[in-house]
Ligand binder design. Structure first.
Ligand code: CNA
Length: 388
């Protein structure tokens, strides 16, 4: 949770950008700009290259801008490396609230903590003075044991089929690992509960999960044994830097990505949200979410550069939005790929294994093994809608 987006620019600001990237060059002018490219276009492209934003040509690789088009692409030889970008929405069906859903999200249910603003609960400067609300919320959300969702197992299936280049997650619930992704498959962009540190810059004593578990229910806010400053789990708060792995993986992964699948995220938190702009300009991007997100990147918009999602304009050529429940969207895609039965069987098998470990600690903070998840049949959820 490094930084929130500032308010977005008008929609047509983003439209302009595509024109810029559209202008393919033939010959260079004295300034380095090419024919058909204005000085301003040249500067924008230069910035784009310098900042490592999407490169290459705008080429249409999908036969159609639909889930069917994406499924066909996945089945083609052109699609070898898929990156998943996920957020809190992929875990809501496991019983973990997201942040921004209007009535069920965390931000809509924080009155009792008397915060100056909802995001304060995850803000490092607020936490330094008032760590109690964060721990109170963490205890409140503590259900014992969560089970990964259809969506998590769909990502696992991509791995099993050799198609997953990486899963970039904003979540700190570790359900990707519970679903069977290995640490090398994952970039936990917003950190993890597995370790904690004293927040004093002079101390920074590290504590393991066992220590945190002990303190979690016995103290309002765990304190450092050495200097008595608050101790914070190593999840990334607003105002903190993302793990180095985020940046190093991003550099190499986004050069090779053939397809980006973005699920369950409002794409409101930077720098994670800007990952969508890092893929080559030809790379198709599928959003599976309750509503369309990522359509405006204010920073890029102001610079006049390309990268925001474009599902609807007459220039749309690579972005597909499937609107609805993530689990339902993954099942629909799996169905088109001929993987639906396999996905259902995988989830059934894995959930049975989790149930068999009654009392085992699967959630990072779990001690009881009680399950908060309703074992709903994902095939009976409302049908989502596809949008082009
Ligand atoms: P967010 O801002 O709350 O957005 C969630 C998005 O998912 C919204 O667009 C929702 O409409 C959508 N959504 C919710 N449920 C579903 C569903 N079942 N099917 C489809 N779409 C759905 O959360 P983000 O992840 O985008 O980003 C903000 C924070 C939230 C990140 O830093 C996370 O670390 C943090 N967070 C994580 C967890 C977790 O680990 N499970 C829980 C709550 C917050």
């Amino acid at each position: 949770m490094a930084e929130k987006d500032p308010p977005g620019p008008p929609q047509d600001e983003a439209g302009k950008v595509q024109d810029v990237q559209d202008s393919d060059s033939d010959s260079e002018t004295e300034s380095g700009a090419t024919s058909g490219e204005t000085e301003m276009d040249f500067l924008r492209n230069l910035f784009s290259r310098t900042l490592g934003l999407g490169s290459g040509k705008r080429e249409k690789l999908l036969d159609e801008l639909s889930l069917e088009g994406v499924a066909k692409f996945i089945q083609s030889d052109q699609c070898q490396n898929i990156i998943c970008m996920v957020g809190a929405g992929i875990s809501t069906s496991a019983g973990i609230p997201d942040c921004r859903s209007p009535t069920t999200g965390l931000y809509a249910n924080l009155e009792k903590y008397n915060l100056p603003y909802p995001e304060a609960i995850f803000d490092i400067s607020y936490f330094k003075k008032h760590p109690e609300p964060f721990f109170a919320l963490a205890r409140e959300l503590y259900p014992g044991q969560f089970k990964p969702t259809v969506c998590h197992y769909f990502i696992r299936l991509l791995k099993d089929k050799g198609l997953l280049l990486r899963c970039y997650t904003q979540n700190v619930d570790t359900l990707e690992q519970v679903a069977g992704l290995e640490p090398e498959d994952l970039v936990e962009a917003h950190g993890t509960f597995h370790t904690s540190h004293c927040i004093s810059s002079r101390c920074r004593k590290e504590y393991d999960l066992g220590w945190l578990k002990d303190k979690f229910f016995s103290e309002a806010a765990p304190k450092c044994e050495k200097c008595q400053s608050p101790v914070k789990p190593d999840i990334v708060f607003f105002g903190e830097t993302l793990p180095a792995r985020f940046f190093s993986c991003m550099q190499s992964d986004f050069q090779k990505v053939d397809l980006l699948i973005i699920m369950g995220t409002s794409l409101q938190v930077q720098p994670f949200a800007s990952l969508v702009t890092k893929a080559p300009l030809a790379t198709p991007r599928l959003l599976i979410n309750k509503e369309k997100t990522g359509q405006r990147d204010p920073f890029l918009g102001l610079m006049g550069m390309e990268g925001s999602m474009d599902f609807d304009s007459d220039k749309a050529y690579r972005d597909v939005a499937w609107l609805g429940d993530c689990d339902e969207g993954c099942l629909a895609l799996a169905d088109l790929l001929g993987w639906k039965k396999e996905l259902e069987a995988l989830m059934k098998k894995e959930h049975a294994a989790i149930d068999a470990q009654a009392g085992a600690s699967l959630h990072p903070l779990s001690a009881t093994g009680k399950s908060a998840q309703t074992d709903k049949d994902p095939t009976k959820t409302e049908k989502g809608q596809q949008s082009q």
